[in-house]
Design a protein. Sequence first.
Length: 167
Amino acid sequence: MKQHHGEMANHLGNLVLDSGQGPVKEFMLGGRDDLVASFRPFVESLASIRGIAVNDKVESGTDTLPFSMAGLPGICMDQDSPEYKYTHHSSADALEAVKPEVLAQNAMLMALTAYWIADRPERFASPWPPEKTVKMLKAQHQDEMLKAFGLWPKEFAEAEKKEQAPN
């Protein structure tokens, strides 16, 4: 993200499938509540494949959070993988454990989603300014964790100061 910071205005977001080996159960739009309504008809068009929810939740355990912090939709294709908490990054988290039919369906859903985002007649998303991103991250209860790990950017701290300053 640091290396490509200057290019973020050209990006539409990111799309991550990284929470296990189960079927996709929801699209989490990384705090972008403004995109839920436009994304919902796409998700409804997938109903013959599977029922999938859509919401504006931020997922901090995948590679989506840096994009959400850049004001873009960090889209997590959350999976139904309750056992993944036991196998995550272990020797049991191996290609041999993958169910080919689930992997094929998830890959198809990811391809359809990427195509839908890229082929829209209007731009799917533009980056939010830091002030709006700070408000979203606070509303999604991500700010304290980011601050605790030293990941709260200087521009966010400055935006907070502006918000708290008397008029």
